[in-house]
Write a protein that binds this ligand. Structure first.
Ligand code: PLP
Length: 451
């Protein structure tokens, strides 16, 4: 066993050591070499060391180097070393994190890190915390709690009686909502189309002048961190607007919620604590390994009513917090380990430094592009930069050239009906040097293209 683990450790640490200096984009050769993994299912197996050797040989070169300090695509983070190490330990412990009585240590880590998260983000201390796979499932989980409470107040037990014959519930959503929010609405039986979409302003924020009259039995879904501009909806105003109604306000803060950990950036989400639930990703800006998202729900009872499993064989008596009472899954990995590890390692000030540094790097990109005469299409207040180099064709050429060259990586977006390049900064390693090294390459590629 020890030899096998040493071998895997060696491959993994070599990968981590070298990957920052390798081209980010996967080469055509490495893609094509994946055919070497594609065997006809054998009757007899092979030695474990051979399996690990083959994985290293063919998979490592075919990985997009998403953990690089110069990877700026999709708003995703990398992994702090402490979380890679804690994740390895978590795999060795292999705790099925459903029940506190059977897995007390990892249940305790969730309880503690959940409390830390609430404090750091300034959310109500009594809120329940669910450790899920990502923001998609965090949105789903929080909206399931919303569904419980709104129906409950309307005199309907949706968990017991389902949606057929239920009173109507109204969904108000931003026209800029993330596609995964629609997926959650579909999974919850609300439907993707039975929504009222509110128009947004030039930064993608809900326009309160066009906010509909709120009726009873309403769920409003807003954003902290627009996927393109990074902008926040006027969450405080929205909460005030629904106050007197049977209504629930949910905030999708997949990456933007982390701004609340920073003194400098907290103003973006002022009043956010008035909402009823919030979703975020730890695998984005907290830089823990996949997969890791969090749902925070002010009314613990509503979340438990939507998620708790009661079965006679499950030993739940005397438990203070059974993890499976809060999440869609019963059996799952112990996501709290890595969140605990990073928060313990960084402390509040370390998280704040990370957020502020990433935002400063975004500003540096934006200032450079503006000075160079290109159009930065968003107000760069957080970690997102949307830049347009000129015609659609030129934008596509620039992105293609950047991705092929391999020093850095950024992808395309459509913002306000125009094709542009989006730069997202949420990696723990990104600093001014990473930005400047990328800009040297980007400038040269653009010069070659427009020459
Ligand atoms: C605003 C927003 N909501 C939801 C999601 C979905 O997150 P995940 O892919 O982690 O499930 C994302 C992902 O980029 C996002 O930016």
């Amino acid at each position: 066993m020890s030899e096998l683990y040493q071998q895997a450790f060696q491959y993994a640490t070599t990968f981590l050591k070298e990957s920052n200096d390798l081209p980010i984009q996967v080469s055509d050769q490495a893609r094509s070499d994946l055919k070497h993994l594609d065997f006809k299912l054998q009757t007899e197996g092979v030695d474990a060391t051979q399996v690990i050797q083959e994985l290293d040989q063919w998979v490592s070169p075919a990985t997009m180097k998403m953990g690089s300090p110069r990877f700026f695509g999709f708003v995703i983070g990398g992994c702090y070393p402490v979380s890679v190490a804690s994740n390895w330990m978590g795999t060795a412990w292999d705790q099925n994190t459903g029940l506190e009585k059977t897995t007390p240590a990892v249940a305790a880590l969730e309880r503690i890190s959940g409390r830390w998260m609430l404090e750091m983000l300034g959310l109500p201390a009594q809120s329940a915390v669910a450790f899920v796979t990502g923001a998609t499932v965090a949105n789903f989980t929080a909206l399931a709690a919303a569904r419980n409470q709104v129906f409950n107040k309307a005199g309907w037990d949706v968990e017991a009686d389902g949606l057929i014959g239920a009173p109507e519930v109204h969904i108000i959503i931003s026209e800029e909502s993330h596609p995964t929010v629609y997926k959650s609405l579909a999974m919850l039986g609300f439907g993707r189309n039975r929504v009222t979409k509110v128009p947004t302003d030039d930064q993608g924020r809900i326009d309160m002048a066009q906010f509909p009259v709120v009726k009873d039995n309403t769920i409003v879904i807003c954003q902290a961190g627009n996927i393109n501009s990074g902008a926040f909806d006027p969450i405080s105003d929205i909460c005030e607007r629904v106050e007197s109604k049977n209504a629930w306000v949910h905030v999708d803060g997949a990456f933007g919620l982390w701004a609340m950990a920073s003194d400098k950036h907290r103003y973006l989400g002022e009043g956010i604590e008035k909402a009823d639930s919030w979703a975020t990703d730890a695998h984005k800006w907290l830089n823990v390994p996949y997969d890791s998202g969090l749902a925070f729900v002010k009314n613990e009872h509503a979340l438990k009513a939507a998620m708790a499993i009661t079965a006679s064989y499950l030993p739940s008596e005397n438990a203070t917090r059974n993890p499976s009472d809060y999440t869609p899954e019963l059996s799952r990995r112990a996501r709290g380990i890595d969140i605990y590890a990073v928060l313990r390692h960084l402390g509040k000030s370390g998280v704040e430094e990370l957020i502020d540094r990433c935002c400063a790097c975004a500003k540096r990109f934006a200032d450079h592009f503006t000075t160079a005469g290109f159009e930065v299409m968003n107000d760069v207040l957080l970690n997102q930069v949307v830049v347009c180099f000129g015609s659609e064709e030129l934008n596509l050429q620039v992105m293609d050239a950047i991705q092929k060259e391999g020093t850095c990586w950024a992808g395309q977006t459509i913002w306000k009906d125009r094709l542009a390049m989006r730069i997202s900064i949420s990696n723990w390693q990104t600093d001014f040097k990473a930005v400047d090294d990328s800009l040297v390459v980007i400038d040269e590629l653009i010069n070659n293209l427009v020459k």
